[in-house]
Design a protein around this ligand. Structure first.
Ligand SMILES: Cc1cc2nc3c(=O)[nH]c(=O)nc-3n(C[C@H](O)[C@H](O)[C@H](O)COP(=O)(O)OP(=O)(O)OC[C@H]3O[C@@H](n4cnc5c(N)ncnc54)[C@H](O)[C@@H]3O)c2cc1C
Length: 414
């Protein structure tokens, strides 16, 4: 039987789209990849603060534990293209990698651009054709894909891979087009919610914006249930709108059905000391500073920029001499040092989120092939699907794994 080369169109030259192109070419397909930006991988280029945390050096079980939405859906794709495969791919493409704290893998060069270049060059070397046009829709007939339309013309394909990304950081090109394309064909999309996103507080924190804290514990309490939904130690930052930084982004993944007042953040400035030990420490600091104003006695405990704010919260006059501070007043100070309480108003908008939670419903897609169950020949890969994970390189791994699987199956009419 003669082998007929399949013609594949891929929408989006990001992490998932480029990996899909490479796998489709390796499997003998004739591949055209469409990117609306004049450059490929614009989001990839800003990942990991420009260093690109390309994957996590963990096994499959650990990887799946770090996926927040629909981990089971990813079972086949991570088996097909694992974190080991990601590392081997980039090392073979001439990008040496290193592993940092939390098993986070980065290029040795600390340049995300090297990751973008490796993907782009590999896909072009394999013969993929890059077309810089904006796709405006997919075309299908009788439940079978027929091609796609760009703002310039229509193209016919045997298979189309949708890899348009999420809806966050729209300036990078991922502005949610893919969701519109599939909705038109009756494919369900779950609500889009920002994830790994900063938090707005009810109280204005402009006075302390820019203050960053290391080795603090952040707790998030659900006020409806009185349960702590997140508790971790790490780094965070006060901003003009509220809270940001790695701890806060991680915490946001644990906050569901967000509404004003539902959650309270509690910051422990001294997690290494229990309340009693911290009280002793404050007492000892005060006894070394007899006759000093309270306002000038907290330098050993807190960053200077935050002291006036914390003094106000304590309710103690800044001009009170430390030796006049009562046991009760000290207890109040210790209480806010162990748990500064800030009510959360909302997430920052999706455009500021690292990832989009929600997307093409996983029950619409065959997890073993990434093919749509409604439209044969349509495949999906990457963030456009309703899967998302914690920080640590897991989200790019999702894009690579689903991209590789979609590329392979699109190349075979199975
Ligand atoms: C600031 C930031 C930092 C991040 N850091 C990390 C990190 O270090 N590690 C990690 O694992 N994850 C990180 N992420 C998440 C990660 O970048 C995404 O999960 C990943 O890029 C998703 O890959 P994707 O290929 O699905 O989508 P994208 O990478 O977003 O690619 C989609 C592509 O499709 C194109 N496109 C969209 N619509 C159309 C259209 N109509 N026609 C043609 N082309 C179109 C877009 O222009 C884009 O190039 C970060 C995200 C952000 C915003």
């Amino acid at each position: 039987m003669d082998y007929e080369q399949r013609k594949i169109g891929i929408i989006g030259a990001g992490a998932a789209g480029m990996m899909a192109a490479i796998y489709a070419c390796q499997n003998g397909a004739d591949v055209t990849i469409f990117e609306k930006n004049d450059r490929v991988g614009r989001k990839l280029a800003i990942t990991g603060k420009g260093r690109c945390n390309v994957t996590n050096d963990c096994d499959k079980g650990e990887f799946l534990k770090n996926v927040i939405s629909n981990p089971k859906f990813l079972y086949a794709s991570i088996n097909y293209f694992s974190t080991e495969d990601t590392k081997a791919f980039f090392e073979n493409a001439g990008v040496p990698l290193k592993t940092e704290r939390g098993r986070r893998v980065f290029p040795v060069s600390d340049k995300a651009q090297d990751i973008v270049y490796a993907l782009k060059q590999t896909m072009l070397d394999y013969g993929a054709k890059l077309v810089n046009e904006r796709v405006i829709g997919i075309t299908a007939n009788d439940g079978k894909i027929t091609g796609l339309k760009t703002d310039k013309r229509a193209y016919s394909f045997d298979a189309v891979i949708l890899a348009t990304g999420g809806a966050s950081y729209p300036q990078t090109g991922s502005d949610g087009d893919g969701y519109k394309f599939v909705k038109k064909h009756g494919i369900e999309v779950t609500p889009l919610i920002p994830s790994l996103v900063p938090l707005e507080t009810k109280e204005s924190l402009t006075e302390i914006m820019g203050v960053s804290l290391k080795n603090v514990t952040l707790k998030i309490k659900n006020n409806d249930t009185d349960k702590v939904v997140f508790e971790e130690m790490g780094e965070m930052l006060f901003t003009h709108f509220g809270l940001s930084g790695p701890l806060v982004l991680s915490a946001s993944c644990h906050m569901n059905n967000m509404r004003d007042g539902k959650y309270t953040a509690l910051i422990d400035f001294k997690p290494a000391l229990d309340t009693k030990t911290l009280d002793k420490r404050v007492l000892s600091d005060f006894s070394k500073q007899q006759n000093r104003d309270f306002a000038n006695a907290l330098g050993g405990l807190l960053p200077s920029k935050i002291i006036p704010f914390m003094i106000r919260k304590s309710g103690i006059s800044p001009y009170e001499k430390v030796n006049n501070i009562t046991k009760e007043q000290r207890a109040k100070l210790v209480e806010i040092l162990k748990g500064l309480s800030l009510d959360i108003k909302c997430f920052r908008p999706i455009k500021e989120a690292i990832i989009t939670s929600g997307g093409i419903k996983v029950s619409e897609i065959n997890p073993s092939t990434m093919e749509s169950k409604k439209i044969s020949g349509l495949y999906c890969a990457g963030e456009v699907i309703d899967v998302d994970a914690y920080t640590g390189g897991y989200n790019l791994q999702i894009a690579f794994s689903t991209g590789a699987l979609a590329g392979t199956h699109a190349a075979w009419d199975d």
